[in-house]
Design a protein around this ligand. Structure first.
Ligand SMILES: Cc1ncc(COP(=O)(O)O)c(C=O)c1O
Length: 427
């Protein structure tokens, strides 16, 4: 359909410049089948959600069964077992101390809920001066106003700048700056005015697949908690096996106070957000005073179909087969990293678990708006692989069921990209 005849306005898309979207008729495992007969390997799990690939039969069946039993019911004053089951299962695999699960709709709302819980946690105790939030530079936590506020201020957020609340941004730690970052966090935390510190653990996704070490984050969480600052781990992207463990925080020794989950939670079938919290947080709301209630909820909260998908998806994730798949992907990525690390057109290769990012060396600086992006994107599509570079950073974040042959194909397309960058064939 031509752009003018199509009533759909697509996300993150400059409608005047973008080519027509590709009509997809069906998808199975890692393959997308287009209307024109072309196929694409979905190497980014369709915006990082399809952890078990497309049209997974176990999840599809669970949803179908649920649909003919209970499709939806208001989630205040009523409850249902699919929601209670997924809540129980999550508590079992989250770090010790997490005891409550709050449902919402997507990654952004899981972050909104976490921020609101953190602020109200202090407010409910009559502590009204703890209102500031600390976040990392290059952070991305979603597109709603609270989530935008705690994310990096950039071209995406400029039109809304005056409406975003004040946040203290500190650099993401690395081996060189970690002492300085610790000092900055200490000074802010010791002011007594900070309610919470929010971070994407180990991998900052939309900010460019920037990766940092668990030991640095551990130290920062420790400083924050010693100074009565709540820690919010935004695991919307890193959760459910992405970093090789169930959650990125499983690589740490310190636990946060709140965790945001979404994306992979339903295996990519239906949208769901979850904010998990410790008993300490919950207790600050548990009161005979009505004003201490957490006044937040969405119409589709804990939709039974979504919960059924999440229950099925989690069972697959925890299976031996899936855990082996995570390991295999990680090992393949490691071998590929070594192969391309010293290539002239590669500025840096980064890898954590099932995520690998290749920063291309181009004449322009590293940026989401690097002009090579659109050419690389189109080249990969022409080669039958869906990769969606963040500027000059290409990354693979595959469904865990990707086959060795499919992964090899994705690597080979990236190799071709690298060779073309070296030969300056992209203009
Ligand atoms: C770390 C992180 N938090 C939050 C979000 C927002 O999630 P959603 O797009 O489902 O609102 C994203 C999305 O990419 C994310 O990567």
């Amino acid at each position: 359909m031509s752009e003018s005849a199509n009533p759909v306005w697509y996300p993150f898309t400059q409608m005047k410049l973008a080519p027509s979207p590709i009509p997809i008729e069906r998808a199975k495992d890692c393959t997308l089948y287009a209307k024109d007969g072309k196929t694409y390997i979905d190497a980014i799990s369709s915006w990082w959600v399809n952890i078990h690939g497309h049209s997974n039969e176990i999840i599809a069946k669970a949803i179908a069964q649920q649909a003919s039993t209970l499709e939806h019911v208001i989630f205040a004053g009523f409850t249902h077992s699919p929601a209670e089951t997924i809540a129980q299962s999550l508590i079992q695999i989250l770090p010790k101390g997490f005891s409550k699960i709050f449902f919402s709709d997507d990654g952004s709302t899981s972050v909104e809920v976490a921020i609101k819980m953190a602020l109200q946690f202090w407010h409910n105790q009559g502590i009204t001066h703890k209102t500031k939030i600390i976040a990392f530079e290059h952070a991305y936590h979603g597109d709603t106003f609270g989530a935008m506020s705690v994310g990096e201020r950039n071209t995406f957020t400029t039109p809304f700048q005056n409406h975003l609340f004040e946040v203290h941004f500190i650099p993401t730690p690395n081996d060189k700056n970690s002492e300085e970052v610790k000092n900055q966090l200490s000074a802010l935390a010791q002011s007594g005015k900070v309610a919470a510190f929010i971070f994407e653990p180990l991998v900052q996704g939309a900010g460019g697949m920037l990766m940092y070490k668990a030991k640095h984050l551990d130290e920062l969480i420790s400083i924050a908690q010693q100074n009565n600052v709540l820690c919010i781990a935004d695991e919307v992207m890193t959760g459910f096996g992405r970093t090789g463990k169930n959650f990125a925080i499983n690589h740490l020794t310190h636990s946060p106070d709140l965790i945001c989950l979404s994306k992979g939670i339903t295996g990519g079938f239906l949208p769901m957000g979850v904010t998990a919290c410790t008993q300490k947080i919950y207790d600050a709301f548990h009161s005979t005073e009505i004003t201490k209630t957490f006044f937040h909820g969405h119409s589709y909260t804990a939709n039974p179909l979504t919960c059924a998908a999440a229950n099925a998806s989690l069972e697959i994730l925890l299976s031996d087969k899936c855990q082996r798949q995570l390991k295999t992907i990680e090992e393949s990525h490691q071998a590929f990293s070594e192969k391309i690390r010293n290539h002239d057109a590669v500025k840096e290769v980064r890898q954590t678990g099932t995520i690998i990012a290749v920063e291309l060396q181009t004449e322009e600086n590293t940026s989401y708006f690097n002009s090579i992006r659109n050419q690389v994107y189109q080249f990969c599509l022409d080669e039958g692989v869906l990769l969606r570079p963040l500027g000059n950073i290409i990354y693979i974040m595959p469904p865990y069921c990707i086959t060795e042959a499919e992964l090899e194909k994705v690597y080979s397309v990236i190799l071709k990209v690298i060779e073309r960058v070296k030969a300056k064939s992209f203009r």
